[in-house]
Design a protein around this ligand. Structure first.
Ligand SMILES: NC(=O)c1ccc[n+]([C@@H]2O[C@H](COP(=O)([O-])OP(=O)(O)OC[C@H]3O[C@@H](n4cnc5c(N)ncnc54)[C@H](OP(=O)(O)O)[C@@H]3O)[C@@H](O)[C@H]2O)c1
Length: 268
């Protein structure tokens, strides 16, 4: 069983999720999501721009799970920002997914104009108040965006989904700290650094200590920072491996060593 966290509106969200970016619409995404649900994932992360919402919804509908057992996130793409556009894009996503409601709807990127993303947020607030989304939030918001949003709304975002792995820790830590202080849950995207640093000696050494894999160490690190990692895989063994992260705990010194892997140079 995967533990749950609580969002600031009281609803529960699984402590780890399954990412679907780059899983192609059709067989690939349907199979991967279906394997993930069978393995025990209960949070599935998609977005309109991923072009795979139909397959995600199909895998969920065809699973043996009740709708309320699965937590579905999708996102408002940058080109759909704006008050009216946001409602249209939300309806499109809902139709693609063929689900009656979305669990979490996020503004995917803030874009350059605060007026435009604030207008979008007003639309998301109405979508939330109608009950079409059980929670609403943002993605790729920096501290300045979050401050501006909180100054202009009575509905704080429940989630901020950001890139989060050891190689970006120093850049992202101020955002995480701000979110923790303001009761906003952080979801960690690209938590495996897109598998580009799996042979890093520090990660390998810590993995060996626990007889775990580098991926499991990275996911555990994200969880112990209080974030919700959403790893993606199209491989059944790795899908299962990425969920097996609740039976060990990194020590403070290991967390610090991993934090210190961020050098300011992007690895993605
Ligand atoms: N909000 C945003 O702007 C945003 C941006 C990026 C991502 N996201 C979300 O976050 C999710 C995850 O991020 P991501 O897709 O960028 O990358 P990721 O989860 O960090 O890495 C995925 C890569 O890692 C490999 N992999 C998975 N498990 C592995 C394991 N146990 N051992 C070795 N390699 C493994 C996968 O290959 P195989 O498939 O071969 O296993 C794939 O190449 C996305 O799918 C998406 O849902 C959101």
């Amino acid at each position: 069983m995967i533990p749950n966290l609580k969002l600031n509106n009281g609803i529960e969200i699984p402590a780890i999720g399954f990412g679907t970016w780059q899983l192609s619409e059709g067989e690939e995404v349907e199979q991967s999501v279906s394997i993930a649900l069978k393995a025990g994932y209960r949070l599935i992360d998609t977005a309109k721009i991923y072009g795979n919402e139909y397959g995600v919804g199909k895998a969920v509908r065809e699973s043996s799970l009740e709708r309320k057992e699965v937590f579905i996130t999708t996102k408002l793409w940058a080109r759909d920002l704006g008050f009216d556009n946001a409602f249209e894009a939300f309806e499109e996503s809902k139709n693609n997914l063929k689900l009656e409601y979305i669990d979490l709807y996020l503004i995917h990127w803030p874009g350059p104009s605060p007026r435009v993303w604030l207008d979008s947020w007003r639309a998301l607030a109405q979508i939330y108040q109608k009950g079409d989304a059980r929670a609403v939030g943002v993605s790729n918001f920096e501290v300045s965006h979050l401050e501006r949003l909180l100054d202009n709304t009575t509905l704080p975002p429940a989630v901020n989904q950001i890139e989060f792995h050891p190689f970006v820790y120093k850049k992202q830590a101020p955002i995480l700290n701000f979110c923790v202080a303001n009761d906003i849950v952080v979801e960690a995207y690209s938590p495996l650094a897109q598998a580009r640093q799996m042979n890093h000696p520090v990660i390998l050494e810590i993995a060996e200590t626990y007889s775990k894999t580098p991926a499991q160490v990275l996911l555990r690190w994200a969880i112990q920072h209080g974030t919700i990692p959403i790893p993606r895989s199209s491989n059944s063994q790795r899908i299962r491996e990425n969920l097996d992260v609740f039976d060990f705990e990194l020590q403070e010194e290991q967390m610090l060593r991993l934090n210190n892997l961020s050098t300011g140079v992007s690895v993605l």
